[in-house]
Ligand binder design. Structure first.
Ligand code: NOJ
Length: 504
């Protein structure tokens, strides 16, 4: 990669879950004007872009990932004018807006699915989705595929046919082998790029195409391995056409694919030069808090690509919060690790506040279809989607997912006033990252350190050190300590602490 990096190659992107970010009209649901009202907060935090998860009209069976109109804003969240104004305000602070595209499935309420239901079996309208007769006397699903949210991936309609839904029954899968579907989505991409989206996040980017024969999946197959509905070769015919659309706009627009994998080698075909600009790198999110495991996770990713094509993440709206997965000290250190690795990084709202997963949410408050489809066996993802506590006083206000009573202590107003808060750690880290030429794109070189440590150099003149052991250890040789995730008394690195050091 020669020359100046493209903006997205070293960008810090902040994921906004709009319903849970900021509520401008006091109805208990966050909205686009709420995001607008916090653009200054995001600028002070120091992010380069925000990724908005779906804000489209939706019956909300899956938090908006059940889209009934791809080119509009849910009236509960605002209007297209609000979106345009958000793009404008954010641009005024040098912040881009990334829009979430959901091409694998829509909502049962989407007009084209309604048309499919109204049409006869075998019609063009039906063929835009994956309808099939059942097995046996027709009362059994066409194959053994399971919904990722639990239960069969098929639902029967009154005339006896079944439709495929890899997620909830309210999210029918599009048939990407149908001629209409690629053109429909090319128009959706252009719609948001025309409105100034700096990039697109592609939901379930690994599953659009299904083997038309719909064969059974052998028992015991790994969840994210290539299969009749995961990682099909047809995807790599589609994505170059999306890349051409992105490249036809000025300013270097990106698209980042959500591609889940069991082994990172699965990402390789997505990373061809004409494919999607980026895919998520879930290595830190899947690794345990253990020096060997993390080093292996980082090396495995780096052997395939770097963080400019595969940004680092430690959390998102689908997984338990880092503070709860790793521990509080550990999550602070993980933040410094993530932000020191080469390339781009995606933060999820609330990580900068050290919000924990809410594990004791009452069943009746839960909204995630995973909870319902597994009869409560899997608690689901509501615990990481609880609205942001902006002020200690606002925590008692009703919100669509309830905030626990003690959340005032995590609030932005409390943390802004506390120099040692999570928020100020993130603010300092992002400020240093912007200013330090060693951070962002580039390479890393591992340095020797005691067992249980992660130590690497970035050029020019930067050293990262983390102590994941239970012993206090000496800091590696350095000139200045730039930042640490906790106190580093007398040149030592206490357990579960990370430091950013300058060699001079
Ligand atoms: C991935 C999204 O991140 C998740 O929230 C959603 O439930 C599924 N895709 C289905 O759209």
């Amino acid at each position: 990669m020669g020359g100046e990096p493209l903006w997205w190659e070293d960008a810090v992107v902040y994921e906004v879950y709009p319903r849970s970010f900021a509520d401008s009209d006091g109805d208990g649901v966050g909205d686009l004007n709420g995001v607008r009202s916090r653009v200054t907060y995001l600028a002070e935090l120091g992010v380069d872009a925000i990724w908005l998860t779906p804000f489209y009209p939706s019956p909300l069976a899956d938090g908006g990932y059940d889209v009934s109109d791809y080119c509009a804003v849910d009236p509960l969240l605002g209007s297209l004018d609000d979106f345009d104004n958000l793009v404008k305000d954010a641009a005024g602070h040098g912040i881009g807006v990334i829009v979430d595209i959901v091409p694998n499935h829509c909502s049962v309420e989407h007009p084209l699915f309604q048309a499919a239901l109204a049409a006869r079996p075998g019609s063009t309208a039906r063929d835009r989705f994956v309808f099939r007769p059942g097995n046996g006397d027709g009362s059994l699903p066409p194959n053994n595929w399971q919904s990722i949210f639990g239960g069969p991936a098929w639902t029967r309609v009154p005339d006896g046919q079944w439709y495929l839904h890899l997620f909830d029954s309210s999210q029918p899968d599009w048939n990407w082998h149908h001629d209409d579907v690629p053109g429909f989505f090319a128009d959706v991409l252009r719609f948001w790029l025309d409105r100034g989206a700096a990039g697109l996040r592609i939901d379930v980017a690994n599953s659009l195409f299904k083997d038309p024969e719909l064969p059974d999946i052998p028992a015991g197959s790994r969840l994210h391995a290539p299969s009749p509905h995961h990682h099909r070769p047809e995807l790599h015919g589609l994505y170059p056409s999306w890349r051409a659309i992105l490249d036809s706009y000025p300013g270097g627009r990106t698209a980042i694919g959500e591609v889940w994998y069991d082994v990172p080698e699965t990402l390789t075909p997505y990373l061809g030069s004409g494919g999607l600009p980026q895919v998520f790198n879930f290595q830190l999110l899947q690794a345990a808090w253990d020096a060997t495991a993390l080093r292996t996770a980082i090396d495995t990713a780096q052997a395939i690509t770097d963080g400019s094509r595969a940004p680092w993440v430690i959390g998102n709206h689908d997984v338990p919060r880092p503070v709860t997965r790793f521990g509080v000290r550990q999550a602070r250190a993980a933040a410094l690790l993530q932000l020191a690795l080469p390339g781009s990084a995606y933060l999820y709202q609330g990580e900068e506040l050290g919000l924990p997963e809410v594990t004791d949410m009452p069943d009746e408050a839960r909204r995630d279809p995973k909870f319902r489809r597994t009869a409560g066996l899997i608690p689901g993802r509501d615990g990481c989607r609880v609205p942001i506590p902006w002020s200690a006083a606002s925590v008692t206000a009703p919100s669509w997912l309830p905030q626990p009573a003690g959340w005032g202590e995590y609030s932005v107003d409390r943390q802004a006033a506390d120099p040692s808060s999570f928020l100020n750690l993130y603010r300092q880290a992002l400020r240093l990252r912007r200013a330090n030429p060693a951070l962002g794109t580039g390479t890393l070189r591992w340095l020797d350190g005691p067992p249980g440590t992660l130590t690497f150099a970035r050029e020019p003149g930067f050293v990262f050190a983390a102590n994941l052991s239970e012993d206090t250890l000496p800091l590696p040789p350095h000139g200045t300590a730039l930042l640490a995730s906790g106190p580093i008394p007398n040149g030592t690195l206490p357990p579960h602490t990370a430091a950013w050091l300058a060699t001079r």
